[in-house]
Design a protein around this ligand. Structure first.
Ligand code: UGA
Length: 428
């Protein structure tokens, strides 16, 4: 089939490459000519395992091309996937639908009358219906659940497909697009528009709630002298709870969970069905950053003024170079404001971090960051950081003091190597 993918960020670039891998002819569309030039040359402007190879493979095979022209997209596509961003608005918690609206308006003007316009962006419930009423070609909604770092895998072998459709024709077209994925046994849920939109926001709200739940338990453990790691392990053995998304730490960040729960709470208020617990989920998440800063001050005898602080991690999670709403950088910037001399190291996110936080110091290796430090903060759980030898690290730093903001370092080993070790959700 001939597909277009509108918007070539994380979601769109991955979707375009994976649709080519499924055997379709794909045209990726973006308003940013630099992005289009890079992708056409097989270059991916962000870190995503397996994606550069897939894009290179299919730009070479001719099955994947890129353009800035909606006219070209309209003439080419039978099915158009809209994968543009829905960031948080500047003036409120609501989602900014400028890009979604613009993409659908442009497609309405250029697409063939019998084309199918498929939204994949995360939108407030009610958006698909509104767009369907204003567009001539038929609209469908097909939310996306990919995780950064596993984007290709999650697209080719998703946990489930969700089709929000208003006609049998739209369902038939989407079934044809995803035929190989469905043939592999992937569960399919077909739904009306509001339900399809809600599956996405509800899933992210649930995941964020699970993380904030365990982080709230970490707060209780800190006050009561318990150990949240052991608590989470024991809770996770209950099948109904499960062990995933129970890692307590400095909290969630990234381009999705934080803004999605805010937009969902905002939309629920508009609908008169408030989800006020989501604001508490957000607040718990933010408090974890405060707690790391507080532990840093405690370890330094009251304040961090003049202390050389090594921050291990800048990406919002390991396996990614994405620094959007990164807890690690938020803590680093806070301590800098409090007068610390902060040096950050991250295996992948250094360029992005430097651009967004030019006033922080940066070290090319973890060793360089540690050298001479009076305090170490472990804030993104890259395997490289877990592999650091505490004895060797103790020889590099000026004062062996560390806060484990991800709860994955071996406290006994670090303490045995002479470190003053504090972790979130665990006894001092
Ligand atoms: C998230 C969802 O997991 C995807 O299903 C969804 O499609 C995506 O958002 C989206 O809406 O596009 P992602 O932002 O890539 O994916 O990252 P996650 O792996 O979910 O991690 C989110 C944050 O939670 C990270 O900062 C991570 O460090 C943190 N986290 C995760 C914890 O603090 N504890 C955990 O136990 C798990």
């Amino acid at each position: 089939m001939r597909l277009t993918v509108i918007g070539t960020g994380y979601l769109g670039a991955t979707h375009a490459a994976c649709m080519a891998e499924l055997g379709h002819e794909v045209l990726g569309v973006d308003v940013d000519p630099e992005k289009i030039a890079a992708l056409s040359a097989g270059k991916v402007p962000f870190h995503e395992p397996g994606l550069p190879e897939l894009i290179a493979k299919h730009t070479a095979s001719g099955r994947l091309r890129f353009t800035t022209s909606y006219a070209e997209a309209g003439a080419f596509g039978e099915v158009h996937f809209v994968c543009v961003g829905t960031p948080q608005r500047r003036d409120s918690d609501a989602a900014d639908l400028t890009y979604v609206d613009a993409a659908f308006a442009a497609l309405a003007a250029h697409a063939a009358p019998d084309a199918l316009l498929v939204g994949k962006s995360t939108v407030p419930v009610g958006t698909a219906g509104r767009l369907a009423r204003t567009c001539d070609p038929e609209v469908a909604w097909n939310p996306e659940f990919l995780r950064e770092g596993f984007a290709v895998e999650d697209t080719l072998r998703p946990d489930r497909l969700v089709f929000g459709v208003e006609s049998a024709r739209a369902e038939t077209i989407l079934r044809a697009v995803y035929a190989p994925v469905l043939a592999a046994g992937t569960p399919l849920v077909t739904a009306d528009f509001p339900t399809a939109e809600l599956v996405k926001t509800a899933a992210n709200a649930f995941l964020a709630t699970k993380i904030s739940f365990i982080n709230a338990m970490a707060e209780v453990c800190e006050a009561a002298g318990g150990d949240v790691r052991t608590l989470a392990e024991a809770l996770g053995h209950d099948d109904r709870i499960g062990p995933k998304f129970l890692s307590a730490g400095v909290g969630f960040g990234g381009g999705c969970l934080p803004k999605d729960i805010r937009a969902f709470a905002h939309r629920a208020d508009e609908l008169g069905t408030p989800l006020s617990f989501l604001r508490e989920v957000d607040a718990i998440n933010m408090r974890r950053r405060d707690r790391v800063a507080q532990l840093a001050r405690e370890l330094c005898g009251g304040d961090v003024l003049g202390v050389r602080v090594a921050v291990l991690g800048a990406a919002f999670k390991p396996g990614s170079d994405d620094i959007r709403d990164s807890p690690a950088l938020a803590v680093a910037a806070r301590l800098r404001l409090e007068g610390a001399d902060v040096t950050v190291h991250d295996p992948e996110a250094m360029d992005n971090a430097r651009k967004a936080f030019p006033l922080l110091g940066y070290a090319l290796t973890a060793e360089d960051a540690l050298r001479g430090a009076g305090l170490v903060l472990h804030l993104t759980e890259w395997p490289q950081f877990r592999a650091i030898d505490p004895e060797r690290a103790a020889m590099l730093v000026a004062r062996p003091r560390i806060v484990d903001g991800r709860g994955v370092l071996d406290a006994d080993r670090w303490t045995a190597a002479g470190w003053r070790f504090r972790a979130l959700g665990r006894p001092a």
